[in-house]
Design a protein around this ligand. Structure first.
Ligand SMILES: Nc1ncnc2c1ncn2[C@@H]1O[C@H](COP(=O)(O)OP(=O)(O)OP(=O)(O)O)[C@@H](O)[C@H]1O
Ligand SMILES: [Mg+2]
Length: 240
């Protein structure tokens, strides 16, 4: 048995052209954990996920997954190893049906990872089952988020990078999405959850990293972060 974390980001610098966004950013995610990366608008959360996934290449530092250096792999190669990125825009195919969206996702992913079949994914997500024949564009925001997550599962992911899954959703749908994330984790899928909403993180995550201006400024369990009024106030705009 290995003691290495599933994912390890080690002093990564990355950004866009001449603009450096991430500054020596380090974090780790253990097998089976839910880890959050929480911070304000523009803090560098999406950039971090892009650097992990291989959409951006770190200019220095290292990203390792299951002990393999994946720093220079592209997004197709990281997906083949079992990483899945569910972007903020919940990228689904609006003109395809729910079932077709899932079928298309099942062609990607790691061949040796136990992926949920399309039928099983539809059984898991009741709302999607009911709308299996409807176009993606006819789904509500919450249902589109469910479909985006279901696509990652069908694709055989074992680490899912979720970029603000609750953004812009009504409170009762936020609850549904939180239940889905908890359920994913119960199935053994590891989650790196990016959020601006610290309440979602505190409820779901085992450990939390707070990011500010491209740097990790805090790491702690949900109990620790909940009790740290200074961090909550200073970086997350939450006043007690
Ligand atoms: N394609 C890009 N080109 C240049 N700069 C970018 C690009 N995308 C993001 N940035 C800049 O990088 C910084 C971090 O952006 P990022 O999208 O990672 O933030 P975020 O934490 O995900 O914010 P949000 O909560 O608004 O999604 C910001 O200053 C942003 O303006
Ligand atoms: Mg973002």
């Amino acid at each position: 048995m290995s003691v290495d974390p599933l994912l390890s980001v080690d002093r990564v610098d990355s950004g866009y052209g001449q603009t450096q966004v991430l500054r020596e950013l380090s974090l780790s995610v253990g097998d089976g954990e839910v880890v959050s990366l929480v911070g304000r608008n523009g803090a560098g959360k999406t950039t971090t996920l892009r650097a992990i996934m291989g959409i951006l290449t770190p200019s220095s530092g290292r990203v390792t997954y299951r002990g393999e250096d994946i720093s220079t792999l592209d997004a197709t190669e990281t997906a083949q190893r079992g990483l899945a990125f569910v972007p903020e825009e919940r990228r689904i195919f609006p003109e395809l049906t729910v079932r077709e969206n899932l079928e298309l996702a099942s062609y990607g992913g790691a061949p040796d990872v136990d992926s949920l079949s399309v039928g099983k994914a539809l059984d898991t997500f009741e709302n999607l089952q009911k709308r299996a024949g409807n176009a993606g564009s006819s789904l509500s925001g919450g249902e589109q988020q469910m479909l985006a997550i279901a696509r990652a599962l069908v694709g055989g992911a074992d680490l899912v990078l979720l970029d603000e899954p609750t953004e812009g959703l009504a409170p009762y749908i936020v609850r549904d999405v939180m239940d889905i994330v908890a359920d994913l984790n119960d199935r053994g899928i590891t989650v790196l959850l990016v959020e601006q909403n610290v309440h979602v993180c505190l409820e779901l995550a085992d450990r939390n990293y707070v990011i500010n201006q491209g740097e990790i400024v805090y790491e702690g369990t949900s109990d620790e972060l909940r009790a740290d009024e200074e961090i909550l106030d200073r970086y997350l705009g939450v006043t007690a």
